[in-house]
Design a protein around this ligand. Structure first.
Ligand SMILES: NC(=O)c1ccc[n+]([C@@H]2O[C@H](COP(=O)([O-])OP(=O)(O)OC[C@H]3O[C@@H](n4cnc5c(N)ncnc54)[C@H](OP(=O)(O)O)[C@@H]3O)[C@@H](O)[C@H]2O)c1
Length: 271
């Protein structure tokens, strides 16, 4: 039987998922997207004109098996509550919003339902995402498989034992792309200051990040061993790494990631 997947919100994350689904042979006629922004609808229809789009979630709720809530956390309550009475009790709810707990969703939906929280990241836009998933107790093994398959179309997925682990995933992979962008930004800038043309510094930095990530993902060695292998005693890499360590790189990364966890909890309280 064809699975109907609905999206409330057709922005970055929804379009990444729709794109991944289409690339993996999912029938476009089984994809429904509600977004009041016509430009988002047009962009989705440009991916495949057989996708169903509409302005309002209320228009798409009848036949939906998996409903993905892909609006900003701050407006989630205002979006979900008016739709709640129209959502079938056997629909699987998937929220990608940071800080919106299962309890809050149950409260806004007005009934106990199968709910999955997912924390994807921006590389999902290029099919290289990393998503942490948490399912409440009502979610069946079959439903877990459906959602896992869906998010695997835009990268890798991992199931979490506890909902609290979502905040840890935010600190690692949710916010993680920005840590790497920051490092790349600094490397590019310093490469230019050292005398390389700006474009060359940028190209070398990006290719080095890409190469390091691919090497780490394809190698049997862990990142620490890979680093060791390129750090000859007394060499240039050793000089750079030793200085990073002396200046407190380890402590900085630890404190920064802890700050992300703390902020995730604070944001949840603010919603
Ligand atoms: N992008 C990421 O990498 C990423 C990573 C992890 C988690 N997330 C989560 O994913 C969710 C979506 O993020 P995003 O980056 O895709 O945001 P986005 O690009 O802003 O998409 C959200 C879309 O929802 C639309 N919308 C607003 N009100 C609506 C309503 N009542 N019904 C239907 N659609 C409505 C918005 O339209 P307007 O623009 O007109 O308001 C917008 O097009 C957020 O909760 C975010 O925290 C995103």
């Amino acid at each position: 039987m064809t699975q109907n997947t609905g999206f409330i919100g057709g922005g970055n994350m929804a379009s990444a998922l729709v794109n991944g689904m289409l690339n993996n042979g999912i029938d476009p006629a089984s994809i429904y997207v509600a977004d009041p922004d016509k430009t988002k609808q047009t962009a989705l229809l440009a991916l495949n004109s057989a996708i169903n789009t509409c302005n309002d979630g209320a228009e798409l709720l009848d036949d939906i098996d998996v409903l993905i809530l892909a609006v900003k956390p701050q407006i989630m309550q205002a979006v979900v509550e008016p739709l709640a009475h129209k959502i079938n009790a056997d629909t699987l709810i998937v929220s990608v919003a940071a800080g919106v707990s299962v309890d809050k969703l149950v409260n806004w939906l007005g009934k106990e339902m199968s709910i999955i929280r997912c924390m994807p990241n921006t590389p999902a836009l290029v099919g290289c995402g990393a998503s942490g998933l948490f399912a409440n107790q009502l979610v069946s093994t079959e439903q877990k498989k459906i959602v896992e398959t869906l998010f695997n179309t835009v990268g890798i997925t991992a199931w979490l034992e506890s909902e609290a682990a979502i905040d840890q995933v935010i600190a690692v992979s949710g916010s993680g792309p920005a840590y790497f962008f920051y490092l790349m930004e600094l490397m590019q800038q310093t490469g230019t200051e050292l005398g390389l043309p700006a474009e060359l510094a940028q190209a070398l930095t990006i290719q080095t990040a890409l190469g390091a990530a691919q090497l780490a993902s394809q190698s049997d060695d862990n990142p620490a061993t890979l680093r060791d292998k390129v750090t000859s005693k007394g060499g240039t890499t050793a000089a750079a790494i030793e200085l990073m360590q002396e200046l407190g790189m380890d402590e900085t990364i630890k404190a920064a990631m802890q700050a992300a966890v703390t902020r995730a909890a604070e944001l949840a309280d603010e919603i």
